[in-house]
Write a protein that binds this ligand. Structure first.
Ligand SMILES: Nc1nc2c(ncn2[C@@H]2O[C@H](COP(=O)(O)OP(=O)(O)OP(=O)(O)O)[C@@H](O)[C@H]2O)c(=O)[nH]1
Ligand SMILES: [Mg+2]
Length: 480
């Protein structure tokens, strides 16, 4: 019997053997994890992705490489309504209005967790589409769910596999080096006569916490460092101020594994374990469990721009995070949280509109070598991995300029706070992590550009680079 003959009486029996079709008819959900350190571009990525998807029917030329759009199979894309028991709604409208205002501005730093869901109705391709046309109204629905959160929380994930003594040792070792030596000076001075075996004292716990937190804030805001833990000390979200957070790393001797009874070490260890159990684990359990697709955003250009220490710090932070994901059977979140394995991961260097086209390949190559070490394990897993450079929002144009008798590629844009657009020769992006001696001169000189002129209605979309390609890689198979 041919497929066509089966679209009559025995159809339901036949359909039960075709899980994809049953799923298409019912409508399915795909969770996309947008992962990235603070300022890596998560909120702008989600805002542009939503705006471009909602605009895709009107302006399909913005997203030609997302096949469901390029092949004219998209029927509708709209925001799903809120449901009880859900997280606060991602402020898409507020962000887009802000970017469309005059003067335009970027969305605020994210202070708490939020989510957004988009219903994508589409005609499946091939035989499934044909069958669906016979049995349904011809269209399938995919619900795309995305969660946004402050990037600082990502670095809480590696804490799950560390004891308080291990974390204390590693953190204090780092605190005594480079810029941290300066931002942590007061905290370290306070610790000099309060080791782990000092008598437990609430006053000391609070003072140590306050000084350590002041160091974390200065390291982030004055120096652009990212490997800063715990994340809620920088961005408490709905936790607010809580005595449960009165802890900080303490000096532990090499042979001590735990704080002894009634010591400051024991008091802080209990709070550290409570933080892991009551703050970190529930967050990841709830929000990372069903994420089969993940995009990891990295502000490679920002890290290069900020110099050697920030660049190395970003690498260290990414390494620590990828170590937790590990994408294979031995994944830490898989083991500790029972999460489903991640099937597809895309590493993306963001803000690629800051450099001319000739530099973008280097940008992706640099990110590829930055993540190579930590993602080696991927070869033994089923996860698919790719690397790209993208711009969620293009706020520059390209041009050329004559410098010292040479014609070079430049970008043209309006720096935030300036009245005029100007040409910028931003420098050269190295294709590999620079060697120590290469950091003598700055690699790049890039201002923060204003967002481009956009329309807040979901009609025209936003100019981007590779957003459609990235989405097709991550979700294309679910929109087939
Ligand atoms: N030109 C340009 N700038 C971008 C782009 N994406 C992000 N930016 C810039 O990077 C800044 C940070 O982006 P966000 O999306 O807010 O970063 P985030 O990852 O959400 O940061 P947190 O909320 O702190 O975790 C923005 O305010 C913009 O200045 C882009 O595609 N192009
Ligand atoms: Mg954000």
């Amino acid at each position: 019997m041919s497929l066509l003959d089966r679209t009559g009486a025995g159809l339901s029996d036949f359909l039960s053997g075709v899980p994809d079709l049953a799923e298409l008819l019912k409508g399915s959900t795909v969770n996309l994890a947008v992962t990235g350190l603070s300022r890596s571009g998560k909120t702008v990525f989600i805002t542009s992705l939503v705006h471009n998807l909602l605009s895709a029917l009107h302006q399909p030329h913005r997203m030609p490489l997302l096949k469901v759009v390029g092949e004219a199979r998209l029927v509708a894309a709209r925001l799903a309504g809120g449901k009880p028991g859900r997280l606060p709604r991602f402020p898409y409208e507020r962000n887009i209005e802000r970017m469309a205002a005059s003067p335009a501005d970027w969305p605020d730093r994210t202070a708490d967790i939020s989510e957004i869901e988009i219903d994508i109705r589409f005609h499946p391709s091939g035989a499934l589409g044909f069958l669906l046309g016979r049995v349904g109204r011809g269209a399938a629905t995919l619900k795309l769910r995305i969660v946004d959160y402050p990037g600082e929380w990502l670095l809480d994930l590696p804490l799950l596999t560390q004891s308080y003594a291990e974390w204390s040792r590693a953190t204090l070792q780092l605190c005594r080096r480079g810029t941290r030596g300066e931002t942590a000076r007061e905290f370290l001075a306070f610790l000099s006569n309060r080791r782990h075996d000092a008598a437990a004292s609430e006053d000391d716990a609070r003072r140590a916490h306050d000084l350590y937190r002041a160091h974390l804030l200065a390291a982030r805001d004055r120096h652009g460092l990212s490997f800063l833990q715990p994340g809620r000390f920088l961005n408490p979200g709905s936790l607010g101020e809580s005595t449960r957070m009165w802890f900080a790393p303490l000096d532990f001797s090499d042979d001590a594994q735990h704080g002894a009874r009634s010591t400051l070490g024991e008091l802080m260890e209990q709070r550290f374990e409570l933080y892991k159990a009551e703050v970190v684990t529930p967050f990841y359990k709830q929000y990372f469990r069903d994420y089969a697709r993940q995009v990891v955003l990295v502000d490679v250009l920002g890290a290069l721009l900020a110099g050697r220490e920030v660049f190395e710090d970003t690498r260290r932070a990414i390494d620590a995070i990828l170590e937790s994901f590990r994408y294979g059977r031995r994944s830490i979140i898989g083991r500790l949280l029972g999460s489903a394995p991640i099937e597809k991961v895309l590493f993306a260097a963001t803000k690629a509109d800051h450099v001319p086209e000739v530099q973008r390949e280097h940008l992706a190559a640099l990110l590829r070598s930055m993540v190579a070490l930590s993602s080696l394990d991927v070869t033994g897993s089923d996860a698919r991995i790719d690397v790209t450079a993208l711009a969620s929002v293009v706020s520059t144009e390209e041009d050329t300029q004559e410098i010292d008798g040479h014609r070079v590629q430049v970008v043209v844009g309006r720096p935030v706070g300036s009245d005029t657009r100007a040409k910028f020769f931003v420098g050269n992006v190295p294709a590999r992590p620079p060697r120590p001696e290469a950091w003598g001169r700055p690699f790049l000189n890039i201002p923060v550009f204003e967002p481009p002129v956009i329309d807040a209605s979901p009609i025209d979309g936003i100019a981007h680079m590779n957003l459609d390609l990235a989405l097709d890689y991550l979700l294309g198979d679910r929109l087939q």
